[in-house]
Design a protein around this ligand. Structure first.
Ligand SMILES: [Zn+2]
Ligand SMILES: [Zn+2]
Length: 375
């Protein structure tokens, strides 16, 4: 019988990936659809993708599929053929990572979930198909350099901390689910302005844009394929790059370099740095930004407490870790009282107030011009 789950120890697999020299391509894609039997579909994918040597993390639900994976270069065509042989995935865009050493994942996980994205929305209450207008990189650049546009980063604080678009509002939120009502509360009254949103690969904006349209926003736009596809188009079409810094990604690479600017700082000493890491105390695993000097000084730990822990005998460490789910901690929200130099964001209210002032100025300028024209 074919295996339906990965049974090897993750440490061995990770080591194999780190030492491996086979060329791999990091790919992400998603599709909203109606799946009758997600479990069956999940098993089908796992069997085929295992044979093709695919690694990564894929969620399957009644509402569709969300995949972040890596594929051996030599099997890329076979993989694409397989994906396209599934009717609702035929012809979809496979987002190919640009800054990629192929070491993004080390095992294959395909999971059935209630939703492919934890958005906290009740899909029955609005028309999920009535999404925002998709923008390619060129159109995105045009519209986001205009004065009457609100550009919102739909990602979490630790993501936009290392990179964002020029003029973007970056809400200080821990999860996508929490961010939606918070953003809505703050942008009320701006329903007739251009509202542009973006995220890593586009999936978050698919639902968020439809939901905000349902809330009365008339001109809602979203960056098609997210930052990943934007970077690809900018490079291919030689466009102006309006993204500053790194694109945070949810795999072993942690980020893709999009521009050379370093917009973040080490959470321990405040020096310019945009390298995310996880605390080496595996019972903590806090996600934070740490420079090389602090890494050495603190032995890769986020705090003196964690440093003390890693010097305990392994069995004592094990006891401390008991009951802690490592998977849940991998992207622990990167907040800790020990991190003195973590970026403190301006409250969304203040950022929006600034935008409202510039809208007012612009309107009064326009009315001045039109009254002069009428003279
Ligand atoms: Zn430092
Ligand atoms: Zn720690």
């Amino acid at each position: 019988m074919k295996k339906l789950h990965n049974e090897e120890d993750w440490r061995i697999l990770k080591k194999r990936m780190e030492e491996g020299s086979d060329e791999r391509v990091t790919i992400s894609f998603y599709q909203y659809a109606k799946l009758g039997n997600p479990q069956l579909f999940r098993d089908y994918l796992f069997i085929h993708w295992s044979e093709l040597g695919v690694y990564g993390r894929t969620y399957v639900a009644h509402e569709g599929i969300n995949a972040q994976i890596s594929v051996p270069l030599e099997n890329l065509d076979a993989f694409r053929d397989h994906v396209y042989s599934i009717s609702f995935l035929n012809g979809i865009r496979l987002n190919i990572a640009i800054d990629d050493d192929g070491k993004s994942f080390y095992k294959l996980i395909v999971k059935v979930r209630p939703k492919i994205l934890a958005d906290g929305l009740e899909d029955e209450t609005f028309d999920v198909r009535n999404r925002g207008t998709h923008l390619g990189a060129k159109k995105f650049n045009e519209i986001t350099s205009k004065d009457d546009t609100i550009l919102i980063d739909m990602r979490n604080h630790y993501e936009h901390e290392v990179g964002y678009f020029k003029n973007a509002i970056t809400p200080d939120v821990d999860t996508f689910r929490d961010s939606l009502p918070y953003i809505l509360d703050n942008i009320k009254g701006l329903e007739d302005k251009n509202l542009v949103m973006y995220c890593t690969g586009g999936i978050r904006c698919e639902k968020a844009s439809a939901w905000l349209k349902h809330q009365g926003f008339k001109n809602v736009f979203q960056l098609e394929g997210g930052i990943i596809e934007y970077a690809r188009q900018v490079e291919n079409e030689k466009l102006e790059n309006r993204f500053i810094g790194k694109n945070f990604v949810f795999d072993e690479r942690m980020a893709e370099q999009i521009s050379d600017e370093v917009v973040a700082k080490c959470h321990q000493c405040g020096a310019a740095c945009d390298t995310h890491t996880n605390c080496v105390n595996s019972g903590c695993h806090l996600l934070f930004i740490q420079c090389e000097k602090c890494k050495e000084k603190n032995e890769g730990c986020c705090s003196p407490d964690c440093r003390a822990v890693i010097h305990l005998p392994e069995d004592e460490q094990y006891k401390l870790r008991e009951g802690i789910d490592r998977g849940m901690l991998t992207f622990k929200k990167g907040r800790s009282e020990h991190l003195d130099h973590k970026t403190i964001y301006k409250p969304l209210e203040a950022a929006i107030a600034g935008i409202k002032v510039s809208f007012k100025l612009q309107e009064s300028r326009e009315s001045l011009v039109s009254s002069r024209e009428g003279e």
